[in-house]
Design a protein around this ligand. Structure first.
Ligand SMILES: NC(=O)c1ccc[n+]([C@@H]2O[C@H](COP(=O)([O-])OP(=O)(O)OC[C@H]3O[C@@H](n4cnc5c(N)ncnc54)[C@H](O)[C@@H]3O)[C@@H](O)[C@H]2O)c1
Length: 361
């Protein structure tokens, strides 16, 4: 079986179109962008013949099995429903949506359409995540004990629609590795906002904070994920990652992007000594190219921890194999809702907010 895919939004989307072109189970690839000059430039460069001027026109065309949306966040909820209603499978860039109502609507749309929805969460297909998973599965971490996550990125100069964006509404990169490793959901959250947005940073979302710091209580166990998100007013270079600790070992994200991760191993307590010794090692995880079709392996050196070809492969394979993708609508809501609730908590001065259970792990 071969599927035809439309890629919509050619900023970030320009990185994904060539991966679909190379996938052995993909036939035709088409592109869409609201900016005709961008569509022409990207399609010409990649040798893509079929171009549509809008999502509406793409969905009105006969054929085409799947759509990958990489449009600005405010369009995700509406466009995903539009694609699913047209009878196509839909992949969407993060976040799934920015309100709990829209998360419910997308789960209903996936179920009604009986088509695949996948949130394209880069963090859980990164080299670093594959390494954390192998440490956990081989017992090297021991029993999970604690998580940290950070996404610190200065968004000055980004398109205007980012101004005032609540940082916790983008929490999935920093939080989903913890939830995927612990195979659980967030039960409740307490979050504080730090550094009120200055007037020049306030955007459509209204007043808010440059930085938000949350403690997520995970369900079913005694675990906490401590996540800091910042988009404005923070004198710090870019950092987007997670750390995981067990009672026997840990894996820590580097302080500076590009540096090696640190792997820790707690040794036995020698007689008469205070505190167990800890072995430390630098590690640069190799990723998992063996999980990819031969034709996609060359994309595994790319950005976001080499995750892009894995995301494409999972989305395409789920359609070809007629199964739900790893990050379906319920899992996507499970990973997105905690951030929506965290921002609510920050607006209420740190009140504890219960996070809905979407029935996914
Ligand atoms: N690690 C990650 O997962 C990651 C990284 C970067 C961006 N993203 C996500 O990818 C998406 C795109 O990000 P970006 O940085 O490329 O954004 P961008 O604003 O730079 O580019 C968006 C593109 O979509 C086009 N567009 C806008 N509205 C459209 C519409 N209605 N129909 C068709 N095309 C439309 C624009 O012309 C533009 O070319 C965002 O949702 C962002 O959150 C995710």
């Amino acid at each position: 079986m071969s599927i035809d895919v439309i890629v919509v939004g050619l900023g970030f989307g320009a990185d994904f179109a060539p991966i679909y072109q190379a996938h052995p189970d993909v036939g035709r690839v088409a592109v869409v962008d609201a900016d005709p000059a961008r569509t022409t430039a990207v399609a010409d460069r990649l040798g893509i013949a079929v171009r549509f001027p809008s999502l509406d026109e793409a969905l009105a065309a006969p054929g085409w099995d799947a759509v990958h949306l990489l449009t600005p966040v405010r369009f995700h909820a509406e466009q995903v429903q539009q694609v699913l209603r047209s009878g196509r499978h839909c992949a969407s860039a993060v976040p799934m949506a920015t309100t709990l109502e829209d998360l419910d609507a997308l789960i209903a749309a996936q179920d009604d359409a009986q088509r695949n929805y996948m949130m394209m969460e880069t963090a859980v297909y990164s080299r670093e995540f594959f390494h954390a998973l192998s440490l956990l599965e081989s017992g090297k971490l021991g029993r999970l004990a604690y998580f940290k996550g950070d996404h610190l990125q200065n968004l000055d100069g980004f398109p205007d629609y980012w101004r005032g964006y609540p940082p916790m509404h983008y929490v999935t990169h920093a939080l989903s590795p913890a939830l995927a490793l612990a195979n659980t959901r967030v039960e409740s959250v307490r979050c504080l906002g730090s550094s009120k947005l200055t007037p020049d940073h306030i955007g459509v979302a209204g007043e808010g904070f440059g930085t938000e710091a949350a403690l997520f209580k995970l369900a079913g166990d005694d675990l906490v994920a401590n996540v800091t998100m910042s988009f404005f007013q923070l004198g710090r270079s870019y950092l987007e990652g997670f750390s995981v600790y067990g009672d026997e070992g840990g894996l820590e994200w580097p302080q500076l992007e590009g540096g090696p991760m640190k792997e820790f191993k707690l040794e036995q307590l020698p007689d008469g000594r205070r505190g167990r010794p800890v072995t430390e090692a630098d590690v640069r995880p190799p990723g998992a190219p063996e999980l990819l079709p031969e034709a996609l392996k060359r994309f595994a050196d790319g950005g976001h921890g080499g995750s892009h070809p894995h995301l494409v492969h999972e989305f395409v394979s789920s359609i070809v194999e007629n199964r739900r993708p790893r990050v379906d609508a319920r899992t996507a809501a499970t990973w997105t809702a905690p951030g929506i609730c965290a921002h609510q908590s920050a607006l209420q001065g740190g009140a504890e907010i219960q996070v809905p259970d979407y029935g996914a792990r």
